[in-house]
Design a protein around this ligand. Structure first.
Ligand code: RRO
Length: 311
């Protein structure tokens, strides 16, 4: 079976990778991603300066998924630029992604300049959807702010760029956001980030499971899957065909990967399940994806990408 997939001029051996924030904080975690069966990887969303993130506990697992309010802990853009420079020298043919983020407009631009001015030759994902920095809204829920940032970015940024979006829930929101995104030479979008500002409660103590923001945090895992499928499908129906889609949300099995591709995904990221199972999950997902493709008579991804049937 041929599992290759492309974004821009980059070809990947298979569509699987981590979701930013999971298994990508430091060299040890990133090296484990390199050693895994994934087709690519992305670094933790990096700010100009290192950040410690929010007070703990700031992550909890539940049977159906996870809640997190990490608060953007990261080692700073210089750390990740160093890592990818070393990686590129050792793996010149295998492109990876860097995730960047700012907590202000100016910081978004400053961190993107650091990538532009570096030797990084992979893909950049600007995170417009972090739900967990106290006092800061999720950028992409504000269309005017999204336009302002994209206008500024594309005035100087010439490397392949994509945006990480939050989930949307109304068809008018998809229309509005797709019309904005179609104005820019984006290599890809990534839909979606965690579902912002959920709340999970301990049944014995009646206490919120995580500390930051009074217990509010981003929801991932199985809870997210139908929303992720809908977001991939809705954007694939609205975006220019040259904008690729990374599908993220609720992937635990090869069937979940298959369904995101059926909705139009070019690559598929794994967050909560990767955290729970470790990087060995990629080998399992590939085996299960291949079994599902064989069961349906497909030999490559384009044969069923976007081929969702409706009634
Ligand atoms: O670090 C986080 O709290 C975090 C980020 Br930046 C994000 O984009 N999504 C998420 O669920 N957590």
């Amino acid at each position: 079976l041929d599992l290759t997939t492309t974004i821009g001029n980059y070809t990947f051996a298979n569509p699987l990778m981590n979701a930013s924030g999971v298994n990508c904080f430091d060299k040890d975690e990133l090296d484990a991603m390199v050693a895994s069966a994934s087709g690519s990887m992305v670094t933790k969303s990096a700010t100009v300066k290192p950040r410690p993130g929010n007070p703990e506990p700031r992550y909890a697992d539940l049977t159906l998924g996870s809640i997190n309010s990490m608060g953007l802990p990261n080692l700073g853009i210089d750390y990740y630029l160093d890592y990818v420079a070393t990686y590129q020298a050792a793996h010149p043919a295998d492109a990876i992604f860097m995730s960047i983020v700012g907590t202000t407009f100016d910081d978004n631009i400053a961190v993107a300049h650091r990538i532009q001015d570096s030797d990084f030759a992979g893909l950049t994902e600007i995170n417009l959807s972090c739900p967990n920095v106290p006092g800061e809204p999720q950028t992409a829920y504000d269309p005017a702010q999204t336009v302002k940032i994209l206008d500024a970015l594309f005035s100087f940024f010439t490397k392949p760029l994509g945006v990480k979006l939050p989930p949307f829930f109304d068809l008018a929101q998809f229309d509005q956001m797709a019309a904005i995104l179609n104005r820019y030479p984006l290599a890809f979008i990534n839909t979606m980030n965690s579902i912002g500002n959920g709340l999970m409660i301990d049944a014995e103590t009646d206490t919120a499971l995580i500390k930051p923001k009074g217990g509010f945090g981003g929801i991932g895992g199985a809870y997210a899957k139908p929303i992720a499928l809908a977001n991939v499908r809705a954007f694939r129906q609205r975006l220019n065909s040259n904008i690729r889609i990374i599908g993220t949300g609720g992937v635990h099995t090869g069937r979940d990967v298959y369904e995101l591709i059926l909705c139009g995904a070019d690559m598929v990221q794994v967050g909560t399940a990767l955290h729970q199972e470790g990087p060995q999950i990629f080998a399992r997902l590939l085996t299960e994806l291949q079994a599902e493709m064989t069961r349906k008579g497909y030999t490559n991804l384009p044969e069923f990408r976007g081929a969702l049937k409706t009634l």
